[in-house]
Design a protein around this ligand. Structure first.
Ligand code: PLP
Length: 392
């Protein structure tokens, strides 16, 4: 059977490839520890699970969740309360919020709602691998904007050639950043709004790690003056409440873009199971302390990994966000070679930076979403089996 040409540009999804590798090694009896995938192993808060169970038992919730096309008003109101409380951002639940099946869905529907075939779309390089396929699927072309350590892994907007900026319809970016862990500053957000205004570029600010920062301010793009005129922020319950499997998130901000995403959604799916939206309300309204506890757990895990890396010769300033560590690879290795070496020596899986774009070469990404004991075991193997490294 023939399949669509558009799929030919899309490489195999990185984590499917890694999962296959892990499963094969496990079959051979290897005790593999994966620090590659960012999927919290810690459970969802009990009160959220209880809210789901209660709502799931109510036959009212067994029908299509389409009464309110943009997601339940009660869920959107909870999103508005959360944004007000956590980020000081005011949102109108009637016009500025649409419920999503995770922020990944939002990335895709943003492209369908905002980008035309033939358009240029800016993406950071390295960047989240989910963006480019969405851009290709609508017949547009991604343009990689390098992000480098010397600029705090923030794009240098003035280095984007003006002929490219003039052609660009949209810009996808996320801070706290996957994969680098970098965080944005208020100054950068202001610059981004000004840049978007001057070139008429729609911003897709994907912010699922907004809560996961260490010792710096939590920031929403929407807190920048004028942000709602130029873009939307995608967010998600996946990371702050350990709800990756539940598939619930939101797009907030510019009413035209939010409306475009809602229009795509109502012609694509029939919304999110109401019981999950009720559980989402419970998470957004009553679980700030849970999120803070998780961030503290990530902070402690991060310190442990950094201390082992330091023992092994790493000397670098780790950025202040996300549950990933983006570590330079030692002298003499490419990203892929070092991942392979770590796997061979320690049965520890990491993600090669090169999988996130050409500028990701020279780094590996380690995730902190693994049980304490397994993390300790991985670090012990590294301390025992690896030499002290040198760096360029
Ligand atoms: N955007 C970024 C930058 C991510 O890292 C991820 C998940 O890892 C997603 C979106 C998808 O999140 P969700 O579970 O909300 O779809």
């Amino acid at each position: 059977m023939h399949t669509a040409e558009r799929l030919k540009k899309v490489p195999p999804y990185l984590f499917m490839t890694l999962r296959n590798k892990i499963n094969e090694a496990k079959k051979r009896g290897v005790d593999v520890i994966s620090l590659a995938i960012g999927d919290p192993v810690d459970p969802t808060p009990e009160r959220v699970v209880a809210a789901l169970a209660k709502a799931a038992a109510d036959p009212e919730n067994h029908r299509y969740p389409t009464d309110e096309e943009w997601g339940m008003m009660a869920f959107r109101e909870a999103v508005a309360r959360w944004y007000g409380r956590r980020y000081g951002v005011g949102l109108d639940p009637a016009r500025e919020i649409v419920a999503l099946i995770g922020s990944k869905e939002g990335c895709h529907h943003f492209a369908l709602g905002v980008v035309n075939a033939g358009d240029t779309v800016l993406v950071t390089d390295p960047g989240y691998p989910g963006y480019k396929p969405s851009i290709w699927f609508v017949g547009a072309e991604p343009y990689p904007v390098p992000i480098r350590a010397e600029n705090g892994f923030l794009p240098s907007l003035s280095d984007i050639p003006s002929e490219v900026a003039r052609k660009a319809a949209a810009f996808y970016l996320n801070y706290p950043n996957n994969p680098t862990g970098a965080v944005a500053t208020r100054g950068f957000l202001d610059e981004l709004v000004a840049f978007a205004k001057s070139y008429d570029i729609a911003i897709c600010y994907d912010n699922p790690y907004s809560e996961v920062v260490f010792g710096v301010e939590r920031l929403s793009f929407l807190s920048a003056a004028g942000a709602k005129e130029v873009g939307v922020e995608l967010n998600s319950l996946s990371k702050p409440f350990n709800m990756t499997g539940w598939r619930i998130g939101m797009a907030c901000g510019n009413p035209d873009i939010v409306g475009a995403i809602a229009k795509v959604k109502s012609n694509t799916d029939s919304g999110i199971f109401n019981a999950i939206q009720y559980a989402g309300i419970e998470a957004l309204d009553n679980c700030d302390d849970f999120t803070e506890k998780m961030v503290e757990i990530y902070r402690m895990r991060r310190e442990k990994v950094l201390s082992t890396l330091r023992e092994l010769g790493w000397r670098y300033e780790a950025p202040k966000g996300t549950f990933y560590l983006w570590a330079p690879v030692p002298k003499g290795y490419t990203s892929a070679e070092f991942c392979e070496y770590l796997f061979e020596k320690c049965a520890v899986v990491s993600a090669p930076g090169s999988a996130y774009g050409v500028n990701g070469e020279g780094y590996i990404r380690l995730s902190l979403t693994v049980e304490e004991k397994r993390l300790e075991e991985a670090l012990q193997r590294m301390r025992e089996r690896l030499p002290k490294f040198e760096f360029a």
